[in-house]
Unconditional design. Structure first.
Length: 148
């Protein structure tokens, strides 16, 4: 199973590089609205992904681990919008996204290593933020301590 995952990851990285998603100049041109190539590419992948997920759900696909494929829908929340904005800002600053940065490093662009380091810092910060109690939880805990 690990070999199969490695092969899929290798194929994914190759496709990212073939699609020029590891090219900083091409990403920069997209963000400056000089090129529509990546917007069309993203729209095509979203369409194919949606159609594929619906097809898998209709045929009652069994996952490789033996469980049923049951996609769920989540309501859009403030944290999703904030996370998307942070992701987009990072993409604009770095000129790459998490998947493509590995392809960038894989083809020898060592500047991508700085982005990979930033990804790990971001993951650590996300873990720290998600473990912190919310304001309501903190107030409730404080009120509980005051009564005791």
């Amino acid at each position: 199973m690990k070999r199969l995952g490695f092969l899929f990851g290798l194929l994914f990285g190759f496709l990212l590089a073939a699609g020029r998603l590891n090219d900083y100049t091409a990403i920069h041109d997209m963000l400056l609205l000089r090129s529509s190539y990546f917007y069309l590419l993203m729209a095509a992948t979203v369409f194919v992904g949606m159609a594929g997920l619906q097809l898998l759900a209709r045929v009652h696909w069994i996952t490789p681990l033996g469980g049923p494929f049951t996609p769920s829908r989540a309501r859009v929340e403030r944290r999703h919008v904030l996370g998307g904005a942070i992701f987009g800002l990072g993409w604009a600053v770095a000129g790459t996204c998490p998947g493509a940065v590995l392809a960038m490093v894989g083809v020898g662009n060592l500047m991508g290593l700085f982005v990979v380091a930033g990804l790990f810092v971001g993951l650590m910060l996300q873990g720290w933020v998600s473990e912190r109690p919310t304001a309501r939880q903190a107030v409730a805990a404080h009120a509980g301590l005051a009564r005791a």
